[in-house]
Design a protein around this ligand. Structure first.
Ligand SMILES: [Zn+2]
Length: 216
């Protein structure tokens, strides 16, 4: 294991982190479908160099180069075609409905993808949803629901959007500086509104256990 000091932890600022996994020249995106084989072979590639912060537990890729990442409509990470995933999403939607009494409520989803989960929350109980995601693709059927989508990254430009609930599922781990993002969110909320906040993140240990069973 190597010690690194050149890039401090984006969460706690600790400059002494431990690199525990390295992989070179892999596709920068894993959720793009290429029309031709050669285009896939020529895709933008980058390195993975995972560092663990012993101070706060944060793990990130210190070789990450944001210039290589550009989320567009072509990015497809939706799993909503899977019956198993649908069951999970439905169950979570029902849980959120009950937990936060989602009726006549305004809901912001940051990283709403193609919009399926937000629609799930807003197709009943007269809720109104606003989704932020640069990869959103307009679908005419969305016009029948109380939802709107902003094809953009959520940022300080969107401070005028307020809601009763803010959800952010499997998105924070894609943001290079999560602490900075959370500060922006906190700043946007201000002190007048008091929305409920719901974040859902993958468990790193599960991912590493899966990797252990794969040939990479
Ligand atoms: Zn840290």
């Amino acid at each position: 294991m190597n010690q690194i000091g050149e890039r401090s932890c984006p969460i706690c600022g600790n400059s002494q982190r431990e690199i525990f996994f390295e992989l070179s020249e892999i596709p920068a995106f894993c959720n793009l479908l290429w029309k031709e084989r050669q285009a896939a072979l020529n895709c933008t590639k980058g390195d993975i160099k995972l560092a663990f912060c012993h101070n706060c537990g944060f793990i990130d890729n210190v070789a990450f180069d944001s210039v290589k990442i550009n989320y567009t409509e072509d990015y497809e990470c939706s799993l909503d075609f899977s019956p198993r995933f649908q069951t999970n999403a439905q169950s979570l939607a029902e849980d959120l409905m009950a937990r936060y009494q989602l009726q006549n409520k305004k809901i912001i989803e940051i990283g709403s993808g193609k919009g399926d989960f937000l629609v799930l929350l807003c197709q009943q109980n007269n809720n109104y949803g606003i989704g932020f995601d640069p990869t959103y693709v307009y679908r005419p059927e969305h016009d029948q629901y109380n939802v709107e989508f902003i094809q953009d990254y959520y940022s300080e430009r969107h401070a005028n959007y307020q809601s009763d609930l803010i959800i952010c599922r499997h998105t924070l781990e894609h943001i290079p500086n999560p602490a900075s993002f959370l500060k922006t969110l906190r700043c946007n909320i201000g002190n007048t509104f008091k929305p409920k906040i719901f974040f859902e993140e993958p468990k790193a240990q599960d991912t590493f256990n899966l990797q252990g069973n794969c040939v990479i």
